[in-house]
Design a protein. Structure first.
Length: 220
């Protein structure tokens, strides 16, 4: 049986307006949580949520979405990085160890030297372009408005944990993430590696979340 919380979340989120990378500027909120859907992924009769995300800096909801869908850099978008990891993993390409490095400044002097000696900008652009095309062609998303940073970050992780604890929340056999080298992505069926083991929604928080989503439905 489906988790009551997971089913309710999917039902309500599926009632929200749906955006794609070309309609980000139509979003009415400056702050909030976004829920990503992917072509071919279903949860019962609903589009399955494959990513839940938010943002730390205030007034950056739309800019964060543009980081993923428009700016398309694996250094600024973990979404792009994770899809790129899949493509490299599918080919057993050893370049994945360099692709995984986001902040060379945190490497030791020797590690930085090796990194820059092996960095292939043309190869990275090809992978990034392929990942960006997949993202733009296969992903859509809905949003809810939450202004308070602490509240939205708390809900982000609690929602992820609640979805992942549902035995019926599973990726399809054709889901691209099944080829991810990241165990948490394969296990969760989501393009996330954080929040999976967080505290799930309590009955009180679920009630509050329902109110937030219903308000967002009416506002949009």
């Amino acid at each position: 049986m489906k988790s009551k919380y997971s089913l309710t979340i999917h039902k309500l989120i599926n009632d929200l307006p749906v955006f794609n990378w070309e309609s980000i500027d139509d979003i009415i909120y400056k702050n909030g949580i976004y829920f990503v859907f992917e072509n071919g992924e279903e949860y019962g009769e609903y589009r399955r949520i494959v990513r839940v995300g938010s943002h730390i800096a205030q007034n950056r909801l739309k800019l964060r979405l543009k980081d993923h869908f428009e700016k398309c850099s694996h250094c600024s978008s973990i979404f792009i990085k994770n899809i790129g990891r899949v493509y490299l993993n599918q080919k057993k390409d050893p370049y994945i160890k360099y692709w995984n490095i986001t902040k060379p400044s945190k490497l030791s002097a020797y590690e930085r030297k090796v990194y820059y000696e092996n960095k292939d900008r043309d190869k990275e652009k090809q992978i990034t372009d392929k990942a960006a095309s997949y993202l733009q062609e296969n992903m859509s998303f809905s949003v809810i408005g939450i202004d308070d940073k602490n509240i939205r970050l708390e809900y982000e992780t609690a929602i992820i944990a609640s979805l992942c604890k549902d035995d019926d929340f599973k990726a399809s056999s054709n889901w691209l993430g099944n080829d991810s080298p990241e165990p948490k992505i394969r296990k969760s069926g989501m393009w996330v590696s954080q929040g999976i083991n967080a505290e799930p929604l309590t009955p009180k928080k679920m009630e509050q979340l329902v109110n937030i989503i219903e308000n967002s439905i009416h506002e949009q």
